[in-house]
Design a binder for this molecule. Structure first.
Ligand code: ADP
Ligand code: MG
Length: 238
């Protein structure tokens, strides 16, 4: 890993298509985008423009076709399969629109998962998971199953799960869009206050204009490309 790079995420000429031949869909048509350490970057644009594809490639859930996509100066594709899984496990946390909690596991067990994947012992994993649930205001709900929690509480469990292993990058796909306004704002405030500490980078895909004010920069995407980038300073003076 080169420590000289200033970027947490650096994409250049990134392309990704689905399917083949006549069924081919070009989801990313040459994306150039960087995110700095400690930055809260929002990614916005119309449905189908490639937002989920882009953050999935950044997070290593999907493979790119062409171009560059580095995390912390490292191209995960240059690592062996096992190293790549470990690199992602250590460095990335995810929050999805639909919470994606495992229904048969308690909040505590759900939040422990990233630590168990990293090889922590169950006792230590659960102690850290309990602490993370406390930080999102759910210290008294550690034994609850997802179905026993409200949508906002489930999303806060998901936030705790994304942060419990102290990743350097957190990616969120529409984290507030399944929630009502007030609950969505609470989840956003939790994310903003917890996730951007320690130079951690947060990338949030959203349609939700109500949360734009939390961003340092907003990348506007259309038809598989970044069309323009708006900075918080420019928004405030506009
Ligand atoms: P967004 O998140 O901005 O709504 P997506 O990244 O989900 O956009 O999708 C970008 C394009 O890729 C769309 O045209 C979508 O239909 C297509 N697409 C996404 N996932 C798949 C897939 N698994 N198979 C085929 N096409 C897909
Ligand atoms: Mg999407």
């Amino acid at each position: 890993m080169t420590s000289s790079t200033p970027w947490a995420v650096r994409c250049a000429g990134l392309t990704k298509s689905y399917g083949s031949k006549e069924n081919r869909v070009f989801a990313l048509r040459g994306v150039d985008l960087e995110a700095a350490p400690g930055e809260l970057l929002m990614l916005v644009g119309p449905s189908g423009c490639g937002k989920t594809t882009l953050i999935s490639v950044v997070a290593g859930i999907l493979d790119r076709d062409e171009g560059l996509c580095e995390l912390f100066g490292q191209d995960p594709r240059e690592l062996s399969g096992r190293e790549r899984v470990a690199f992602r496990g250590r460095n990335i946390g995810f929050v999805f629109q639909a919470f994606n909690l495992i229904p048969s596991l308690s909040a505590l067990e759900n939040v422990s998962i990233p630590l168990l994947i990293l090889g922590k012992r169950r006792g230590e994993a659960e102690a850290r998971a309990a602490e993370a649930l406390g930080q999102v205001g759910l210290g008294d709900r550690v034994r609850s199953l997802p179905a026993q929690l409200s949508g906002g509480q489930q999303q806060r469990v998901a936030v705790a799960r994304a942060l419990v292993h102290d990743p350097r990058l957190v990616v969120c796909d529409e984290p507030t869009s399944a929630l009502d306004h007030r609950t969505g704002m609470q989840v956003m405030e939790t994310l903003r206050s917890l996730a951007t500490g320690n130079g951690r980078t947060l990338i949030i895909v959203t349609h939700d204009a109500r949360i734009f004010g939390c961003a340092d920069r907003i990348a506007h995407m259309d038809d598989g490309r970044i069309e323009r980038i708006e900075t918080a300073a420019a928004r405030n003076t506009a």
